[in-house]
Design a protein around this ligand. Sequence first.
Ligand SMILES: [Zn+2]
Ligand SMILES: [Zn+2]
Length: 328
Amino acid sequence: MSELLTADRINEIGNLGFESPDPAALVAELVGAVDEGRVADPDDTGYALLVAVDILEQAGDLADALALATRAVAEQPDDNAYARGVRGGLLLRLGRTDEGMAELTALRPLLETDPDSMYLIDELAESGHSDTALEWLTGALDAILERTRTQQHASEDAQDEAAAMIYGLAQQRHDLREEQGLPHDEYDNLADRLRAASDHALDALDDGPATLLFWPQTEFTALLLRWPTLADSYPATWDEHRAQIERALVDASAMGGADLGVAVGTVADLAAFADSEGSDPTDEETQDEYADSLTGPDLRAWPPGRNDACWCGSGTKYKKCCLPRSRG
Ligand SMILES: [Zn+2]
Ligand SMILES: [Zn+2]
């Protein structure tokens, strides 16, 4: 075995994960490639290790998972916050509470600035530290709201960023408190209002880039078979297609977009739509208009809750599916 480990293959292993008949072989494939310097893009080294960590974790092998997470932290010293978060969570689950809390506490400021940092909350909640998770969420909301109140002259970008952070933090806090059976408080009511506004905007949406056209796996294959020239405007694999959409939505959300979603297309529908309009189905404009024409169950709001089914229809939890894909 001397072939290179590509990002597509790492994604594929991540999807198979613990449900594969031989998870140990997948871990060996990932770690082997790292050991032998066969990761196609060296920037994916940490990602390959973290996929292995996830498989070991699901298999209950926390000690080996911790060793690999520690390695992932060292592999990417400039960009290791996510790896450190995973490592902190493993330490907590292994009962090494002080070390785990120290690792996560060092990352806590990210909750006020980085919309991707919600994995910190997952690590706390899933290791039995939901009270701390709630305290951190509340603290981050307090801090951001205080900042927006006192900074009269913040740039539009900064305001948009703050709005996106408030939305994410409030939803996460709302869902975690609901899991705990806690009654609604002021921030939960805010979360409900923001969610309702976002759903409403999605319903009312008649154009704009906020809804992206998404092809489920079988439709994606059928699309490229029917109109092979579309291979120029779509990525080579379905995994890359959904990763691209997730990344675009993350970017739109970071810019303050709160009415985001995907429009789920089918080949037969697009063909019929183009026919009725007398337009070319491979034309980008036709596809945009087709996406805008979709309503009701063909629209899926984004983002789903971290523990809800992923928007891509894989049946996997969002946090285990397209959410990490956007970081890959
Ligand atoms: Zn509610
Ligand atoms: Zn997904």
